[in-house]
Design a protein around this ligand. Sequence first.
Ligand code: IMP
Ligand code: MG
Length: 202
Amino acid sequence: MLIRTKIRYYFHIFAPANFSNFSLMNEVRILDKNFSEFLTEKEIQKRIEELAVEINRDLAGKEVVFLGILNGAFLFAADLFRRIDFPARISFIKLASYQGTSSSGLIKELIGWNEDIKNKTIVVVEDIVDTGNTLERIVDELVIRKASDIKIAAMLYKPAAYTKKIPLDYIGFEIPNDFVVGYGLDYDGFGRNLTSVYTLIK
Ligand code: IMP
Ligand code: MG
């Protein structure tokens, strides 16, 4: 244990400045940006445990499908779902961007629907709700597919950025309107494997 600590310390001092995901004290550098630890792994896991207790209490006995939104929600979905103590299904969908013919030029399509949604209680599992645009797309689609009840579980929520009226049922943490990475969230594809959440140092 002592040896391991020393090696890690050595590595911290001599690692190159732009080493991806590299931890210096509680700061990380990803590509060209520095981030500082904002929510620790322990805080995140404790909060997920609390959310799971609520969900277990609220939804036991219903026919529930957890619907994780890829890529960002993969860790949160896994950590939350393993704490669900009633029989339930889990499935994942993804927002795929492609060049369309709308005026904006960019249309997002939801792909990967292979679970029957009709008459089921759906728990949408999101890494972060920012403006709420993504969430609204998903909820619209769930209504079309005739879900009987729609619940939203979001690990992170930026109330200052949210522009929608859809109520969020299970919120991990309300955070300021700053860019964050880690625990599934990325900066240009990197940082998803960090076990804490980090905020951009401006
Ligand atoms: P919204 O549609 O604006 O609510 O945000 C949707 C998506 O943007 C989220 O699911 C994330 O993938 C991404 N996003 C929003 N805020 C952040 C952030 O602070 N860091 C990383 N990704 C973010
Ligand atoms: Mg997302």
